[in-house]
Write a protein that binds this ligand. Structure first.
Ligand code: G3P
Length: 215
């Protein structure tokens, strides 16, 4: 399973990269806004740091604008994957971009049929949002399970990115289901490496080590 980080903060991206587990980055307009920096500066900084795919979202809502933005975005760096929302216009943009060989990530997916449509339109990646479904008392990971089943059944090549991840359990369930990618906020990424028994065990080792005579 590939690990992407879901952030636009360059410090968090550098830290994740240093941890040796970073395969790519996903951003969205809200995450870009949180940096307080101009859009292009943020994207150039990220693409200069990361070798893998960097998802960057369009803000147009009609096909022509989405396609125009996508073509401008991929000129910034060859690792840019254009994030397109799953709407009727988005589907048309996905189709046009896939025919031009531009990589896409179909975003804001909340139903398995939306994911099926995204794959049929030629999306490179599809992003079901699990946390936002959990927030309204639905099981977000059940959606991922259904999407994986459909893609597997019809041998679709679109890769599933588990997005809107809120906790390590989402990551565990994604791995057990065989999801292609999980995109994780920095805070959850740090949690993944932690366990209370690891902390207790390490403290005990160091306390005991302090009792070892120096000579
Ligand atoms: O980047 C898309 C997605 O991961 C957003 O997550 O936490 O805003 O629901 P969230």
């Amino acid at each position: 399973m590939d690990f992407f980080i879901d952030t636009a903060h360059i410090e968090e991206i550098r830290e994740a990269k240093a941890m040796g587990i970073l395969d790519g980055v996903t951003t969205n307009p809200s995450l870009i806004a949180k940096t307080g920096k101009p859009f292009r500066t943020v994207i150039e900084e990220i693409c200069g740091e990361v070798d893998g795919p960097v998802s960057v979202e369009v803000v147009s809502t009609e096909t022509r604008g989405m396609v125009k933005e996508a073509k401008e975005l991929v000129r910034i760096s060859e690792n840019i994957v254009v994030k397109i929302p799953i709407t009727p216009d988005g589907l048309k943009a996905l189709k046009a971009l896939s025919q031009e060989g531009i990589q896409t990530n179909c975003t804001l997916i909340f139903s398995p049929i939306q994911a099926l449509l995204a794959a049929k339109a030629g999306a490179t990646y599809a992003s079901p949002f699990v946390g936002r479904l959990d927030d309204i008392s639905q099981d977000g990971m059940a959606l991922v399970e259904q999407v994986l089943q459909i893609y597997d059944q019809y041998e679709m090549e679109t890769r599933v990115i588990v997005a809107s991840v809120r906790n390590p359990t989402h990551v565990l369930r994604a791995a057990l289901m065989g999801a292609d990618v999980v995109t994780v906020p920095f805070q959850v990424l740090r949690q993944l490496a932690q366990h209370p028994l690891t902390d207790i065990g390490l403290k005990k080792f160091l306390d005991d080590w302090a009792k070892v005579p120096s000579s």
